[in-house]
Design a protein around this ligand. Structure first.
Ligand SMILES: Cc1cc2nc3c(=O)[nH]c(=O)nc-3n(C[C@H](O)[C@H](O)[C@H](O)COP(=O)(O)O)c2cc1C
Length: 169
């Protein structure tokens, strides 16, 4: 699970933390935690020896059976940090053929469409396998987040596990 937010107390990161804490049965969920550490994408640094965090990201993506993105919209599109992460995946083809989906956590499902449209463009470009049926709306409010950064509502926890199950199914 990749959250596109670097904000402490992020609702998108709460989705990721909750997916880790309450995974579907038999599923090992990993939340990528290196978004802040990734250097800016640089074609000259993209070769046999990449920065350590980039290597970590690529290994995690290669290892994953599926990837769920959960991102806010910034200025009508993806946060730059998430676009940057995606640029590091292009040359390595680690998302090619990978089942992927995204989950919206904004209370209003119409919010954030610009981010998800752009995510679809980039994921299409890298030839990820977008599982439309698994793209879900799981509204998470700031008041749903407990002290540990995950959601404290049992119904929401179940909806989060269902969203992860859907992309694997
Ligand atoms: C720089 C910036 C730009 C934003 N641009 C948009 C936008 O274009 N559309 C929108 O619906 N919300 C926008 N927002 C609001 C965030 O998407 C919203 O607060 C979201 O819940 C943040 O997610 P988080 O809780 O994971 O940090 C913006 C927020 C910031 C900080």
């Amino acid at each position: 699970v990749i959250s596109g937010s670097t904000r402490a107390g992020s609702t998108n990161s709460a989705f990721a933390a909750s997916a880790v804490a309450w995974p579907p049965d038999g599923v090992d969920v990993v939340a990528y935690d290196g978004l802040r550490r990734l250097p800016h994408f640089d074609p000259d640094a993209d070769g046999d020896r990449v920065p350590a965090e980039v290597a970590r990201l690529r290994a995690a993506l290669e290892h994953a059976d599926a990837v769920v993105f959960c991102t806010p919209e910034y200025a009508g599109t993806l946060p730059g940090a998430l676009k940057n992460l995606l640029e590091w995946t292009v040359g390595a083809t680690v998302l090619t053929g990978k089942p992927v989906a995204w989950v919206k956590v904004a209370a209003d499902a119409r919010r954030g469409d610009g981010a998800h449209e752009n995510l679809a463009t980039v994921l299409g470009y890298v030839q990820a396998r977008i599982v439309d049926a698994a793209c879900a709306h799981v509204p998470i409010g700031r008041d749903h987040i407990g002290d540990d950064g995950s959601v404290d509502d049992p119904a929401l926890r179940a909806a989060i596990a269902d969203a992860v199950s859907a992309v694997l199914a």
